[in-house]
Design a protein around this ligand. Structure first.
Ligand SMILES: *Cc1c(COP(=O)(O)O)cnc(C)c1O
Length: 436
């Protein structure tokens, strides 16, 4: 599989090159040049096929021109010590729980697979790399956990002092070993600016082999297709379920998760539709309706991991679909406001005895609205984070809080190790020189 930059079709890269570059030099996103037909492989998957087997076989099918079967096995087995789960909430809606990984959000799937891929490629070349990343909280925790103790890789995470939740700060700062937390005296934008400046300093970039683990990295996108394929395979061997009626509902912000599902469908996972569910940051649903893409300054909502006013994966969606009409045939846009989100969290808890995080609630509401118009549909609605990650909102919606998983609880007791820096490239350079 070869990837090209969404801004320049001549800029091509192998998977091994694209994962270390992150973004293409022209600022574009790497995207598959051709869509392989994997129907023969997918047809062999059914209810009994494990998530790991699906991950491994799909990885090898996609990347067999550059990795061996043994390496595909190694990358997946190291990456996925956790798996997705399906919970049937009604005869029409099942929830695909993607929060059983170390940071309790679906981003664990992408981050773990990227880390594991990088480890394999670095060992092959006998090289080292330093991953530099800025976080407002969630991405950093998934990245930190995914890269912890990976051979030949160090991770430096810049986070804004006093602006991440206590749980998020602990998950960034308590691991130690190859994970280095820099507590930046500034905002998230300052952190991002310093990281950007570091990447623009080509000497620095080369000397320390700087790479990124951004959510736009193709090594994070590809593994997100695996849980769609797994859930689809679970469903298709149910004699009373018609796979063709299957619709996936995806709570979306940057639209990486939705794009991964669409890729799986282009490779041969036959489904009826995708629902793109957003909060008030409804740029894509509006685009589907009007054909006009209008970025907005992001609006703060309860489902804050989806507060994106200019979703970066729109560049990939534009490569897949000619225009909004073509896209509307396969994707339905729905947006849900904050008041409804709270109400849905409460309703689902009261009626189904099940906790949903605010992001998952946006998806659940979008699924219900879709069902009203399409009563024959079967929906798999993605649960993107564990509800215990959003205790304040859950408490506000229900007056009760969900049980906190042990892996999150134990974090709070650990000691924070972080170095304080000012938001300047000088300070970051000083840290690099001192430590590497
Ligand atoms: C990142 C995130 C999303 C949005 O996913 P995209 O791939 O950016 O669309 C939704 N929910 C949660 C909990 C997230 O962390």
């Amino acid at each position: 599989m070869i990837f090209y930059s969404t801004r320049n079709k001549e800029d091509k890269a192998t998977y091994g090159q694209a994962i270390f570059k992150g973004l293409a030099e022209d600022g574009g996103l790497y995207h598959p040049e051709t869509m392989p037909d994997l129907r023969e492989i997918f047809d062999n998957f059914d209810k009994t096929t494990s998530f790991l087997e699906i991950a491994e076989k799909t990885t090898y099918a996609l990347l067999s021109d550059e990795i061996s079967q043994e390496q595909a096995h190694q990358i997946c087995h190291r990456a996925f010590k956790f798996k997705p789960e399906l919970k049937k909430l009604s005869s029409k809606i099942s929830i695909l729980e993607l929060f059983h990984g170390p940071s309790a959000a679906f981003k664990d799937f992408g981050a773990s697979f990227l880390a594991s891929s990088m480890e394999t490629y670095l060992a092959d070349k006998n090289e080292r790399a330093v991953i530099l990343t800025a976080t407002s909280g969630d991405t950093g925790s998934a990245v930190a956990r995914a890269f912890y103790k990976k051979d030949n890789i160090d991770v430096i995470i810049l986070y804004p002092s006093g602006r991440v939740s206590p749980l998020q700060e602990k998950s960034l700062t308590t691991l130690g070993e190859n994970i280095h937390a820099l507590e930046v005296n500034g905002t998230f934008d300052d952190c991002q600016r310093v990281v950007k400046e570091a990447f623009q300093d080509l000497n620095l970039k080369k000397e320390y082999s700087l790479s990124s683990a951004n959510s736009i990295n193709i090594g994070r996108l590809i593994p997100q297709s695996f849980y769609y394929i797994w859930a689809w395979a679970q469903q298709k061997s149910n004699p009373d379920d018609k796979v063709n009626n299957l619709t996936f509902c995806v709570p979306s912000g940057n639209f990486g998760n939705l794009t991964a599902g669409i890729l799986a469908s282009k490779w041969g996972m036959n489904v009826n539709k995708f629902i793109a569910a957003t909060n008030a940051n409804n740029v894509i649903p509006k685009f589907l309706e009007t054909g006009e893409y209008k970025a907005i300054p992001s609006i703060a909502t309860y489902s804050n991991a989806m507060d994106v006013g200019d979703p970066s994966n729109f560049e990939r969606l534009k490569e897949i679909y000619k225009d909004n009409k073509e896209m509307s045939a396969e994707v339905e846009g729905v947006f849900v406001d904050d008041q409804t989100t709270l109400k849905v969290m409460e309703d689902v808890y009261n009626r189904k005895d099940y906790f949903v995080c605010p992001h998952t609630a946006v998806g659940y509401e979008a699924s219900s609205r879709f069902l009203e118009k399409n009563p024959e549909a079967k929906i798999i609605s993605l649960a993107t984070a564990h509800p215990a990650k959003f205790l304040e909102v859950t408490d506000e919606a229900l007056g009760v809080i969900p049980p906190i998983p042990q892996r999150l609880k134990s974090l709070l007791k650990k000691d924070k190790i972080a170095e304080k820096i000012n938001p300047t490239l000088e300070d970051l350079k000083f840290f690099l020189v001192k430590n590497f």
